[in-house]
Design a protein around this ligand. Structure first.
Ligand SMILES: O=C(O)CCC(=O)C(=O)O
Ligand SMILES: [Fe+2]
Length: 370
């Protein structure tokens, strides 16, 4: 280190003494030893510019910016891993201002935007990555997903954002109001939500806290046909092969203050018997809430999954539980409901969903993995 600083001073002195060639040689020597020396790159860039060697000067300036951005990328990645996407995003904006071609900043920026539920920003980052690396599978998959297009490619083995389809302002308003009113008038009939255990379904408040009303008849009648009509488009965008639709499970679910559902997949938690959940292909959740929402939290998180281990690698994509929005995702995708905070006991202030699963009539274990 001391040696490089000596070189830096010597180069500066040479420059001040008008010995441009010697200064250049010294800066280059220094940078060979310490390529991360931002000030040396900048000094070299200035020297080259003064000599009219514009292309070389620009290259040195770009390298200075790239080297300045590198440590910020590590910090941003750490912030993201510690659940601070907001801070990570502002840092990454700085990095991209310095070095617009930083693939790592674009990847991290897309991750940070996804986990903040900012899909337009995620799309923008994937598109910029795709412009730099047109064949990069992550760039192509991310750009297609957030543009609402079918998956661009089949890339088994890669960790890609889990596919989903989300629509806002989904139901006609009368239908939206009908569900909301039905949920409120049947609130007292809802039972504690359960999860599967080897000795049967159990309420386990350390894993899931919610109330459920199974198969709400008057809603089923029109809701299930509506789902069926949406299915071709949903399947297309999930890149899911056609299957013969079997049963559709439907439930009305309520989350109040403290409600949540830990990480799980709807095809079994941690391992449900095949006959219980194997036929589930597509999970759907339609959200109902007061506008503006009175509760905070309660977002759905779709994890990025390592296809080899089946474990969640990253928080993935956040889905806001906006009133009258709906989300569809493959039932094999790992997900969770983040804790809900609410300082009211009025059920109308809570998080109401119509959620369930579309079955494959053949009922086999899924041959589809996202
Ligand atoms: O309420 C949600 O957003 C998801 C619910 C869920 O994961 C489930 O019921 O299996
Ligand atoms: Fe689920």
């Amino acid at each position: 280190m001391a040696e490089t600083e000596d070189l830096f001073s010597a180069a500066g002195a040479a420059l001040a003494g008008g010995e441009r060639e010697r200064a250049e040689r010294l800066y280059r020597q220094l940078l060979e030893r310490q390529p991360a020396h931002v000030a040396a790159w900048r000094a070299l860039a200035g020297l080259l510019e003064a000599a009219g060697r514009m292309q070389e000067a620009e290259a040195a300036e770009r390298e200075a910016a790239r080297q300045e951005a590198l440590p910020l990328l590590d910090v941003a990645e750490g912030l993201l891993a510690r659940g601070q996407p907001g801070k990570a995003r502002s840092l990454l904006q700085r990095v991209l201002a310095l070095d617009p071609a930083s693939e790592r900043a674009l990847r991290l920026g897309a991750d940070a935007a996804r986990v903040a539920g900012d899909y337009p920003a995620a799309l923008d980052h994937y598109r910029r990555l795709a412009a730099l690396r047109p064949m990069n599978p992550l760039a192509r998959a991310g750009a297609a997903l957030f543009a609402g297009e079918p998956p661009a490619l089949h890339a088994p083995g890669l960790v890609l954002p889990s596919p989903f389809v989300r629509w806002t302002d989904w139901l006609p308003l009368e239908r939206r109001d009908e569900v909301f009113a039905y949920a409120l008038s049947h609130r007292s009939e809802m039972a504690d939500a359960t999860v599967w255990q080897p000795d049967g379904y159990k309420a386990m408040t350390g894993v899931r806290r919610a109330s459920v009303l199974y198969e709400p008849e008057p809603i089923l009648e029109w809701f299930v046909p509506l789902l069926r009509r949406s299915l071709p488009e949903v399947r297309r965008r999930l890149g899911m092969p056609a299957f013969e639709v079997g049963r559709v499970e439907l439930q009305l679910t309520f989350h109040g203050d403290g409600g949540f559902y830990d990480q799980h997949r709807d095809t079994g938690w941690p391992e449900a018997p095949a006959e219980e959940t194997d036929p589930r292909r597509i999970s759907f959740v339609a959200y109902f809430a007061r506008r503006p929402r009175r509760f905070s939290g309660g977002e759905l998180l779709l994890f990025d999954t390592d296809p080899r281990s089946g474990q969640a690698l990253r928080d993935g994509t956040l889905v806001e539980p906006d009133d009258n929005s709906v989300v569809f995702f493959p039932s094999v995708v790992l997900h969770e409901v983040r804790p809900i905070r609410l300082d009211s006991t009025d059920p109308a202030d809570g998080r109401i969903t119509l959620n369930g699963w579309i079955h494959d009539a053949a009922g086999r274990a899924p041959d589809y993995r996202p």
